[in-house]
Design a protein around this ligand. Structure first.
Ligand code: AVJ
Length: 327
């Protein structure tokens, strides 16, 4: 008996829900409590993140956009290497707003490359494969919907051309430094000697500037965090009284760790499925880290994961860097 495509889709959706449930319960039954920020990005979370990118305090997206808009030719030159055909892979492509500038440039120079966006969202991949060839005529695109490294194996099976991997947006900052190093090692193991990575790092800067970006006046970051509680209510049969949790952000200039928490406003219990979770008044849930780096730290990360830094591109304020590493 073979499963129909619908049954396969249902099974993988059930698995995703099951994993989400297990992660949430595990996180809320350990001390201190924690949730994983990768779950911020459901359809509502995606929308709130878009709003966040448009708010005055949240600078990282605009900085990296500036780099891709103004340093396009230099960036293209660096990743093109000897000029042979290559595959340009993007991890977590989203709507590809920033990378589009690079794609347009490469295409206009008639560079021989294929763009392989990887995203966990099927929506994103469908959108990109339909939309990008319309705005960038002639673009060769193969969308890959799934986990980063599963899809990188797919990409390697599709062609043996040199690979350039984009991992932008300081997404690397959403891992604690030791995990980020592990991530880079795994990335390196999926690449061959001579392949490249373009990694976006948010840099250390005025602590007030950083804290404001994660504690905006309009309360968008707060809504972004609280949405995960709503999502748990929606998808996992939870009964969080979301109004009884407040957002609290910190930045430590010494370690470069910017962290956000939700604080229970009273003693309360919450049920999720058949589990009951107790919250003391003022107890926190650790929600997210957005690590900030020095250039030296980015070089160290390259070295400890088997890459060599070859070039780097800054915005005019030097708030953000796209580092180019070679495997
Ligand atoms: C997904 C890494 C771009 O950490 O800056 C924004 C997510 N969290 N505000 C970041 C986020 C709170 C964001 N990135």
């Amino acid at each position: 008996q073979t499963a129909t495509p619908n049954e396969i889709m249902e099974t993988s959706a059930n698995n995703a829900i099951q994993t989400f449930y297990e992660d949430v319960i595990k996180g809320l039954t350990t001390t201190p409590k924690r949730l994983n920020s990768m779950y911020f990005y459901d359809a509502v979370g995606d929308k709130i993140f878009q709003e966040l990118m448009d708010c005055p305090e949240y600078y990282p997206t605009n900085c990296e956009l500036e780099i891709f808009k103004t340093k396009t030719a230099e960036l293209a030159q660096t990743i093109m290497g000897s000029g042979d055909a290559f595959d340009l892979i993007e991890l977590g492509a989203g709507d590809a707003t920033k990378s589009s500038f690079l794609l347009k440039h490469l295409q206009s120079q008639q560079v021989n490359f294929t763009y392989l966006p990887i995203d966990i969202s099927a929506n994103v991949i469908n959108y990109l494969t339909v939309k990008l060839p319309l705005t960038i005529p002639g673009l060769k695109i193969t969308g890959l919907n799934g986990q980063y490294f599963d899809m990188m194996k797919q990409a390697a099976a599709l062609s043996n051309r040199r690979k350039v991997v984009l991992f932008m947006g300081s997404n690397i900052g959403n891992m604690p430094v030791n995990e980020a190093v592990e991530f880079c090692k795994v990335l390196r193991n999926h690449l061959e000697h001579g392949d490249m990575a373009v990694i976006g790092f948010d840099l250390k800067k005025s602590p007030k500037t950083i804290l404001a970006a994660y504690n905006d006046q309009g309360g968008i970051t707060k809504r972004f965090n609280l949405n995960l509680l709503h999502r748990i209510n929606r998808e996992l049969d939870g009964n969080f009284d979301v109004s009884q949790f407040d957002h609290y952000a910190t930045y430590d200039p010494e370690t470069g760790a910017c962290k956000s928490y939700l604080i229970s406003q009273k003693e309360q219990t919450v049920t999720i499925g058949n589990q009951t979770i107790y919250f003391a008044k003022d107890e926190h849930i650790y929600m997210e880290i957005s690590q900030k780096f020095t250039i030296t730290q980015t070089d160290q990360m390259a070295a400890s994961s088997g890459f060599k830094p070859v070039d780097r591109f800054f915005d005019i304020k030097k708030w953000f860097v796209d580092a180019i590493w070679v495997a």
